[in-house]
Ligand binder design. Structure first.
Ligand SMILES: Nc1ncnc2c1ncn2[C@@H]1O[C@H](COP(=O)(O)OP(=O)(O)O)[C@@H](O)[C@H]1O
Ligand SMILES: [Mg+2]
Length: 279
């Protein structure tokens, strides 16, 4: 569903490679998390998947990029709308500002796609339920908390049923409750397996609980790629400054205090740490 081969990219007027010979294959329906230090190229990777590079950020793109059956440089952003959805950190910036209710805001993108009215209504009700926004449907998109707004942004993208969904730190500007609300939606998506998801995220505990695969980026490259338990507890991630999950940290401390014997790999979720400590 996502195929990048030897992709190299530099922003206009820069010599530094924001993506450096990056190759990756992500099959349909996979839920893939991306982690890495600041400046690693995570956002640049997202922009490449969604066609912002090279259609909005010009710069120098080399290599092969195919997403949802489209060779990205060959198609316009308009053609990609509805195929590849993108959700950013700041929910406020994603609200159209032209619709007076949450329900209308969510329908906004569909209106331009020529979808029959009955089908549109069905889809809108479906994503309202998925994102837990039914009771807020008549509210103004502006009279909402950050977590609610981010769910509106997510719903506006999901209503178009894009085969590929890219989220760039969607919870980084939310309070703990807002984060939880957004992760609850992502958790459902991860179980449905009908959307290929690329999620850049700092909250490693959440990644551990529902991602199938974790990519680690550094200096424009993918430096590690594997199952959450193998990646999220790795010393390499500590060395990059990304850290480990708090459960891994707790398990390591238990080992340091001789309360537990080390395991390979170390636990990354609460359940795994409970088991680890009870052995
Ligand atoms: N609009 C831009 N113009 C020039 N350089 C940029 C731009 N955006 C990002 N960069 C550079 O590209 C590299 C990767 O950045 P980015 O993809 O934003 O990393 P991350 O999202 O992992 O923090 C960094 O060196 C950053 O300074
Ligand atoms: Mg970024």
């Amino acid at each position: 569903m996502i195929e990048l081969t030897q992709v190299t990219y530099s922003y206009p007027q820069t010599a530094r490679l924001a993506l450096n010979d990056l190759s990756i294959n992500i099959p349909a329906g996979q839920f893939c998390a991306v982690v890495g230090p600041n400046g690693a190229g995570k956002s640049t990777f997202c922009y490449t998947l969604t066609g912002f590079i090279p259609h909005y950020y010009r710069g120098q793109l080399e290599g092969f990029v195919r997403v949802a059956g489209f060779e990205i440089p060959e198609v316009s952003l308009g053609e990609l709308a509805g195929q590849v959805g993108l959700v950013f950190s700041n929910p406020f910036n994603q609200i159209s500002g032209t619709r007076f209710s949450v329900r209308e805001e969510i329908a906004f993108g569909l209106e331009n796609m020529g979808i029959p009215r009955a089908e549109m209504q069905l889809r809108v009700e479906e994503v309202l339920a998925l994102t837990g926004l039914e009771r807020l449907a008549e509210r103004s998109p502006y009279a909402l908390s950050g977590g609610q707004q981010q769910r509106v942004a997510l719903a506006s993208v999901l209503v178009m049923r894009p085969p590929v969904l890219v989220l760039d730190e969607p919870t980084s500007q939310l309070d703990p409750l807002g984060k939880k609300e957004v992760f609850a939606v992502l958790d459902v998506l991860s179980k449905r397996k009908d959307t290929t998801v690329v999620l850049v995220e700092r909250e490693l505990e959440w990644i551990a609980s529902f991602a199938e695969r974790v990519l680690v980026m550094d200096s424009g490259q993918i430096v590690a790629d594997g199952r959450p338990q193998n990646i999220l507890a790795s010393e390499a991630l500590l060395a990059l400054g990304v850290g480990n999950t708090r459960y891994t940290v707790a398990a390591r401390q238990a080992v340091a205090h001789k309360l537990a014997t080390p395991a390979e790999p170390m636990p990354v979720t609460l359940t795994q740490t409970r088991e680890f400590l009870s052995k």
